[in-house]
Design a protein around this ligand. Structure first.
Ligand SMILES: C[S@@+](CC[C@H](N)C(=O)[O-])C[C@H]1O[C@@H](n2cnc3c(N)ncnc32)[C@H](O)[C@@H]1O
Length: 255
């Protein structure tokens, strides 16, 4: 067989539209929620007896990737490129992803899931129950992952208040996003939008800037700021259609 064709059984629906908004792994986003919308031609009997399982595997196509690389720089352990088959990178010769998500409930052709790392619109190829007997192995060697340094991520009161404000306005889980971005290699600009800004480091997300500092094993979020200058905010030009939120932010948290 030199060619295999699959038809998606459905599509994933959630708020993650950009890659950076999805966590690196399903289990790292306890608050992420979404659903598989099964194709209406699939008989609902396929779901019989699935309800009692706490977790299910979603097998899917990384539809937003059209290329792959033999060596990739994973967000964790990014000081060195790794063979793609030694990673869970989405850039693989066959762009197939697998996530063990929490099954929340089933409602007709909708299968609601929590703790996922998928993007909106992801074509779903298959669903299988997570079975401890076959899928769980305790204390296995973890190769290059064993030597990684994980940072804890703290928020100053000021930054916490601002991030919460912005979360509500954008409807995005920014606390998880920041933790996922900064708990490994927080200052590695090869794999994230991070740079040195004066005495702090700064992580960019869309047009927002998160200032942080590093102290022994901890990333401390110091502040959240607008990425626009005052002159830019005065101008009517608004290519990202987001200046109103920035203006409101500055009114709520004056400099
Ligand atoms: C490191 S991969 C791991 C995926 C899966 N848990 C696995 O191990 O195969 C997770 C990243 O894949 C990306 N991703 C999720 N759905 C995608 C899609 N449909 N197309 C391209 N990238 C996607 C998101 O940016 C997410 O952060």
């Amino acid at each position: 067989v030199d060619r295999i064709e699959f038809q998606p059984i459905g599509f994933f629906c959630c708020d993650n539209t950009q890659r950076v908004e999805a966590p690196r792994q399903a289990t790292l986003a306890p608050n992420s929620c979404g659903y598989v919308q099964l194709h209406s031609s699939i008989p609902l009997s396929v779901l019989e007896d699935l309800e009692g399982f706490e977790r299910i595997w979603l097998i899917y196509h990384f539809h937003q990737n059209s290329t792959w690389k033999p060596l990739v720089r994973p967000p964790r352990g990014a000081e060195k490129k790794r063979g793609v088959f030694a990673t869970r990178s989405p850039y693989r010769p066959n762009a197939i992803g697998m996530s063990c998500v929490r099954l929340e409930k089933m409602d007709g052709h909708k299968i609601w899931c929590q703790e996922h790392d998928l993007l909106n619109g992801t074509p779903i190829l298959d669903i299988k129950p997570y079975v401890e007997l076959s899928d769980r192995f305790d204390q296995t060697r973890q190769g290059w992952l064993e030597n990684l340094v994980e940072y804890s991520v703290d928020f100053s009161r000021q930054s916490q208040e601002k991030v919460k404000w912005l979360e509500e306005k954008l409807g995005k889980n920014l606390f998880d996003l920041i933790k996922n971005q900064l708990s490994f290699e927080p200052t590695n600009s090869k794999i994230k939008r991070v740079e040195k800004c004066g005495e702090y480091f700064c992580l960019s997300y869309r047009t927002w800037r998160f200032d942080f500092e590093l102290t022994q094993g901890t990333v401390s979020l110091v502040d959240l700021r607008s990425g626009y200058s005052s002159a830019e905010l005065l101008s009517q030009d608004d290519p990202y259609q987001d200046k109103d939120i920035h203006r409101l932010f500055l009114e709520s948290f004056p400099l």
